[in-house]
Design a binder for this molecule. Sequence first.
Ligand SMILES: Cc1cc2nc3c(=O)[nH]c(=O)nc-3n(C[C@H](O)[C@H](O)[C@H](O)COP(=O)(O)O)c2cc1C
Length: 163
Amino acid sequence: MAGTIENREFRRACARFATGITIATVTAADGAPHGFTANSFTSVSVEPPIVLICIDHKANVITHFNAANAFAINVLATSQDQLSNRFAERGQDRFDGVEWSAGDNGAPILRGAIAHFECTIESRIPAGDHTILLGRVTAAGYVENGQPLVYFASRYHRLGTGL
Ligand SMILES: Cc1cc2nc3c(=O)[nH]c(=O)nc-3n(C[C@H](O)[C@H](O)[C@H](O)COP(=O)(O)O)c2cc1C
């Protein structure tokens, strides 16, 4: 199929960029929490504070992010690899048994995350098969010595010792 090799090479090259892992969350109009695993998180601007995530147009959860005017980003700890899997898989209640509390904007803040950002939606930019969701950060918090869950070459890792 035309383009298949290039697509694979593109994905493999992208996978050489190590990232942390986040779970982006929203609360729907009926009060139900929704969220998905995202490693596309990036900080964009300091003044004003703006971050972004990219959402696949095929993701069911995009409906809730399109309807919301606020969301939260939860940065996962090393021990939260199962949570990352759960929020990337379909067919289960992702929040079942998960401890969370609503942030000021109502979006779920997950217990155990090493940092979180509460955001109001600044803009949505269509980009190919994803939408870039820009969020103005209205509140943030972090754990001083939190250790991150790292994603590299399509696998989870923990941080090694510093250089
Ligand atoms: C490590 C990891 C990182 C991911 N990052 C993203 C991302 O940045 N954007 C995205 O749209 N999907 C990402 N996904 C896939 C989504 O989590 C997944 O497609 C989504 O949860 C689909 O569920 P839904 O269709 O029920 O909403 C990632 C998955 C994993 C395992």
